[in-house]
Design a protein around this ligand. Structure first.
Ligand code: DHB
Ligand code: MG
Length: 225
């Protein structure tokens, strides 16, 4: 398939399955206007995060990497009344754009954006969380997974974005530090008994990439194996 094929298919699936969400579209428009990169999750992936929140009866979400707030808004919209989302963002400008879009969506009562490097902020965050979405600098994925295992409740859902990187994850010739970080994260998900994980490739408007999905040990389901 060519990029035109998978973009057309992504558009078809999005148009067929998703309702237009003006808060999400405006967040993306503002992000672009502010010069932030267009690397938010796809609309269909955002819907997957929303479904995981509903399926898992998630009430508390931790996001690592806010960017312009697109995924935070999507996830916060799927939370029940009283739900909370904490999102950590290293770039002050990104956090400002995100906060504005979150407030405009009427979600500032349930979403807080903390500015700082996640490795510094995470030790100060209070859990437990029911879902942790890791979508920041890929070099630090193992650090973030370690915090996720500590801050997630037993049986919590962990999602890691960008685990395929146009196939470079499986290319032995790649020396990219981000890809090395992705690989270390996947190896940790495989070997560390706190996680039970899989990964799926995605081919969509964002190109060829993938997400890893894990459940934290400690729930009945995870310990029954
Ligand atoms: C890229 C995409 C992402 O979703 C991300 O979190 C970081 C980088 C990229 O395509 O470069
Ligand atoms: Mg990402």
């Amino acid at each position: 398939p060519t990029p035109a094929d998978w973009r057309r298919t992504d558009a078809y699936l999005s148009e067929t399955l998703l309702e237009r969400d003006d808060a999400l579209e405006r967040a993306v428009a503002d992000q672009e206007a502010a010069g932030l990169p267009a690397i938010e999750v796809s609309r269909l992936s955002a819907k997957l995060l929303q479904l995981l929140i509903r399926i898992g009866r998630v009430e508390r979400v931790l996001e690592i990497g806010t960017l312009g707030g697109f995924s935070a808004i999507a996830m916060a919209r799927a939370l029940p009344d009283g739900g909370r989302l904490v999102s950590i963002e290293a770039e002050t400008l990104n956090a400002e754009i995100a906060r504005r879009s979150i407030a405009r969506a009427g979600l500032d009562d349930r979403v807080s954006v903390i500015v700082g490097r996640a490795a510094d902020v995470l030790p100060t965050v209070d859990g437990p969380f029911d879902l942790i979405f890791i979508d920041a600098d890929k070099e630090s994925n193992t650090v973030y997974l370690d915090h996720a295992a500590r801050l997630g409740r037993p049986g919590a859902i962990v999602v890691v974005d960008n685990v395929v990187r146009a196939g470079r994850v499986a290319d032995p010739a790649t020396e990219d530090e981000q890809v090395a970080g992705v690989r270390r994260g996947l190896e940790m998900l495989a070997r560390d008994p706190r996680f039970d994980a899989t990964a799926l490739q995605t081919l969509d408007a964002k190109g060829w990439d993938g997400i890893a999905l894990a459940v934290l040990a400690g729930s009945d389901e995870a310990t029954a194996r």
